[in-house]
Design a protein around this ligand. Sequence first.
Ligand code: PEP
Ligand code: MG
Length: 637
Amino acid sequence: MSDGDREDPRAPTRPGSPEKSGVHSVGHTGHADHGRRELPGTAASPGVGIGRAYVIDPRHFHVPRREIHTDEVGGEIDRFRAGVQATTKQLEAIKNRLPHGEHRQILAAQQLMLRDPDLASRVESLIGTEGISAEWAVDRVAEEIRETLMRADDVYFRERGSDITFLAERVMVHMSGQDDGEFQPPPGAVVVAHDLSPADTAELARAGVVAIVTGVGGQTSHSAIMARSLEIPAVVGVDGILDTVQSDDVVVVDAIRGLVIVRPHTDELDRWQTERDRYEVFEDRVQREHGLPAIARDGTHIVLRANVALDAEISSALFHGAEGIGLYRTEYVFMERETPPSEDEHYRHAKAVLRRVAPYPVIFRTFDLGSDKPTRLFTFDEREHNPAMGLRSLRLALRERAVFLCQLRGLLRAAVHGPLRIMLPLVSGVSELKLAMEAVAEAKQQLEDAGLAHAQDVPVGIMVEMPSAAIVADNLAKRVDFMSIGTNDLIQYTLAIDRTNDEVSYLYRPLHPAIVRLIHRVSLAGKNAGISVSLCGEMAADPRYTWVLVGLGVRELSMHPSAIPVIKNIIRGSSLTEMEALARDVLDADDVDEAESMVLEVMQARFPEHLLHGGGQRLAHEQSGAVAQGRSREGDG
Ligand code: PEP
Ligand code: MG
């Protein structure tokens, strides 16, 4: 960083920001030309929104960078502490204004980040040792943390980088002694910003905006999660949006395909309005059935559950008609903290989740950390060149046995309060399963010894997400209570495609005969052993694959909440006979191209609207019928 003030392209300027007051830059002129422009992005929350742009321009934000004398150090530290305190209070106020308790968790997590003693001591020591202003120190520390997070493979962790930027910005605004005013877009506006913090997104929902567009971010950024659960159409990661749009421009946000049209021609507006209305009618139609079970025409019940990583998603799961949580990714309970959660924290968290989801079951997956879900809690060998095949998931849990036992004890105790199931990730085969089962038995024994109430009969199941596990699924099935196929990893390992590498994502094709046969094999193994087989990879959420999966024998599907109504509607409109016929044909396919065209032909003919509306941004890539599912791997899995 060079000396002197600089422009920071990341942080939005707010009214009363240190460098420029009264700024939303609503109406800034930027570099926009005046013609129609169409920009692609990631559809993060489905729907279509049409309105006038309300631009929150980040480009005039300056971080004051001042060197200080030693006698100013104490004063700067006080200013920093006051800034943190004011920000915490402000987040608390926004949190309390939120209509649903569940959204508050994201803001609570931000407050937690803010209270991190490591963060405070790094800022304070920079002020003292380098003799720099509090703002400068905050900016430097935030940037360091951001850079560390940006190096993570998992997009979820990378997106926490923007959380830290927002927090730093809020603290800096407060340090300037001015109130951090909130945005006030008029109802019906389309908010356009470089990025939005979860707190801003929550406030925007209250203001009645019709859509959100951001220049950065992905499916799992907190603002995307917020937008989804508040049901505001959002397209994120739109490169160049702030160079293109001016406030008051008419903007169409197509958050089904992931497109933003700035200054559309007047003659196309009618078409977009029709498109918006059609989407809303379709959504109403499928959502109307949310309380009904997914029963096929011949009476076969397919259980549809939700994948959840944050409690903020639970109400969305219930709203969309999930019959429970099929995959609770507990690794996020471990996030943004310096020490692993205690047994009591696991217990209280799981109990609270069970209460909200009751009477339906919740399947808690024990922590799947490492590799694409990095953590600062454990030490890894820096020479790990191949982390996806390294110390991750169950292997890590078996090495970090005390942490694993602590989680197991918390879950076993919570199971007294509702139908809780425990799921072990990344099991390779029977020997490893036995080790994990020994840990479960040990956790129970520890609870017995301590005289703590816990459930005796908690079902324990496994994720089948390694080819080895799928191949020996018959042996595994005899020893577990249920199995759930994790296609995100199963495809990665079977086809040797790094799920986080865009360069090879065109090869990520779920209908590859090897994958189809493995799914079939696991479903047969479950059937023979009399246990349930579910599928909780991203494939479950894709309307193109519903018939194949059910036809292959899978009777439970778990997916991100908003996909449930569409998949349910397909199942309710289909018979098992036709689904099995398609699955048989696909099993006979010679190669993936043949399998894909068979499936697309049938599904396109029967469910054109579902394929259009139901697959979010993933369907945008297959206009010509070339199925290249998995190009956007940021979603629920
Ligand atoms: C999977 O691998 O399919 C899965 C559901 O787990 P995750 O995406 O969390 O690895
Ligand atoms: Mg997995």
